[in-house]
Design a protein around this ligand. Structure first.
Ligand code: ATP
Length: 135
């Protein structure tokens, strides 16, 4: 069994899609190891997205992720990292994510793509330490 960090981003929380995200995680057979609604301090946002610090969209990304509360979830199960990436769909909700995925069904723009999921075991470990240090 494996753990991954999932975030329902501020767009998802504002649009009332937290239940939808959790329902799909649970229906897939994954379980919730920890879950919390929280505001994102700027340093946590910077650390979370450190790999994008030189990208042209980094400033906007930080503005967006700190613009309102997120729901942080530690999701657990066999191949949880890949399994949640499958539920989320590709980063660009129109060009990459297909219908039936969270992004394919509920998002239109890459910046406002509803959810985050760790992309590798290394990322999952780093991100879970950042968001759930006591887990
Ligand atoms: P996440 O890390 O949030 O799960 P991802 O792994 O699918 O998403 P990344 O390439 O790591 O995608 O990008 C991280 C986040 O940065 C994206 O989810 C999106 O919100 C934002 N982003 C990525 N590319 C762009 C872009 N070209 N313009 C604006 N925002 C972007």
């Amino acid at each position: 069994s494996e753990r991954t960090l999932v975030l329902v981003k501020p767009d998802g929380v504002k649009r009332g899609l937290v239940g939808e995200v959790i329902a799909r995680i649970e229906r897939k057979g994954l379980t919730l190891a920890a879950l919390e609604l929280r505001n994102v301090p700027r340093p946590v946002a910077e650390e979370h997205y450190a790999e994008h610090k030189d990208k042209p969209f980094f400033g906007e990304l930080l503005e967006f992720i700190t613009s309102g509360p997120v729901v942080a979830i530690a999701v657990e199960g066999p191949r949880a990292i890949a399994a949640f990436r499958q539920l989320a769909g590709g980063t660009d909700p129109v060009a990459k994510a297909t219908p039936g995925t969270l992004r394919g069904d509920f998002a239109l723009e890459t910046q406002y793509n509803l959810v985050h999921g760790s992309d590798s075991p290394e990322s999952a470990e780093r991100e879970l330490k950042l968001w759930f240090p006591d887990l």
